[in-house]
Design a protein around this ligand. Structure first.
Ligand SMILES: Cc1ncc(COP(=O)(O)O)c(C=O)c1O
Length: 378
């Protein structure tokens, strides 16, 4: 049997090991110098004035939504084609996630559909840069201006992405949230970062991630409700080491994506991730294809697994998850583009060290499972 090919694999080396050891030996494991250093370096990378490190992307979405004032009784318009955390974070504040359909090409929230979903209780737009492809922020910014709404960006999958105007995702000023789980472009094991431009919002976020304590307050005094959403200096040190080689990691990921594109282009009925268009640039996070209509995806996953290749249906539509169905009465047919894509999408193995041979093996096996042996380019 051939070597197994995993879905994802973090790229960690001696730089990260050294950085962790240094922090362990320093004796300051949290709220130490690595925190500020990581925040500054990350902000510079995405050209944001400010950044706050937090314990996860989910925690970041929660604090960012609180920072822009989303609260009970309000509505937040967002994408049903996302990881569930983007909608869950809205519920943490007892606000309501209102979904709108996605663009069939980019798979991002469709600005026209989002605008049509705005009602009298809408306070916030929460676009998601899904699979690292930049959402149309110029359109969302215009909508937010017209309706007086706040914006929070879910950029958890989008490190390295750029908008058509050249601004990196995360650098537009309103809070944007990145995630550093092990499969992401940059990992700290668990972790995340909020980038933003307003110092008052940063102050609030920094306080709320640390139990509601202001920087100048006594250890046991707290002047607002807070959480423990801190990111340890150990994690920040890993993040700094990862940042030092991020351009190389992003280039490797883009190279693997290009290898896939060539290897899979002959398979009939298979939809590949959209190419960059109009100057926008994807930050490669996952390689998700949409299987030809009529193919049983579960069978395909099982057949790939039998050939030692991991794959995963990715992503399910949030509104059709049982919790969301039961709580909000969602049903099939509400967001047809999202539902069609969610029913056919499959994440293939994707990580920066993936070899040309591994990509070719995945492509050949997928082609063979789809009955198109001759289609995979070798
Ligand atoms: C689009 C999106 N939003 C939010 C999250 C949540 O991030 P985390 O797992 O770091 O909490 C993820 C992470 O997988 C994600 O992909």
């Amino acid at each position: 049997m051939s070597d197994p090919i995993p879905l994802a694999r973090p790229a960690l080396g001696p730089e990260e090991e050294r950085a962790v050891l240094e922090v362990l030996r320093s004796g300051q494991l949290s709220l130490g110098p690595r925190l500020r250093e990581f925040e500054r370096a990350f902000a510079t990378l995405v050209r944001a004035p400010l950044a706050s490190a937090i314990s996860s992307g989910t925690a970041g979405l929660h604090l960012a939504l609180r920072a822009v004032g989303a609260q009970e009784g309000e509505e937040v318009v967002t994408s049903p084609f996302s990881f569930v955390a983007s909608a869950n974070a809205v519920l943490y504040e007892r606000a309501r996630p209102v979904f709108a359909d996605i663009d069939p090409v980019t798979l991002n929230l469709d600005p026209d559909a989002a605008e049509a979903a705005i009602g009298s209780h809408t306070s916030t737009l929460l676009p998601v840069h899904i699979f690292g492809y930049p959402a149309d922020m110029a359109a969302f910014e215009a909508i937010a201006r017209r309706h007086g709404l706040a914006i929070v960006e879910d950029a958890c999958e989008a490190l390295g992405a750029r908008h058509a105007d050249g601004v990196p995702v995360g650098g537009r000023g309103h809070p944007a949230v990145f995630g550093f789980y092990a499969n992401k472009q940059l990992t700290t094991g668990e972790g995340g970062m909020i980038t933003l431009s307003d110092p008052a919002l940063k102050q609030m976020i920094d306080s709320e991630r640390n139990q509601g304590r202001a920087p100048n307050m006594d250890w046991l005094d707290h002047d607002r409700l807070g959480f423990n959403y801190r990111l340890s200096d150990i994690a920040c040190a890993v993040g700094i080491a990862q940042l030092s080689k991020i351009e190389q990691t992003l280039a490797q990921r883009a190279h693997v994506a290009e290898l896939y594109r060539q290897a899979l282009s002959g398979i009939e009925g298979l939809t590949l991730p959209c190419s960059d268009r109009d100057g926008a640039q994807r930050g490669w996070f996952v390689f998700v294809v949409q299987l030809p209509r009529g193919v049983n995806r579960d069978d395909a996953v099982r057949a790939l697994a039998a050939r030692a290749i991991q794959s995963k249906p990715y992503l399910p539509a949030i509104h059709l998850m049982s919790y969301y169905r039961e709580r909000f009465g969602h049903r099939e047919g509400q967001f047809p583009v999202c539902e069609d894509v969610a029913a056919r999408s499959l994440a293939l193995p994707f990580f920066p060290q993936m070899s040309e041979g591994q990509v070719a093996r995945v492509a050949q096996q997928l082609a063979s499972i789809l009955g198109q042996e001759a289609a995979a380019a070798t």
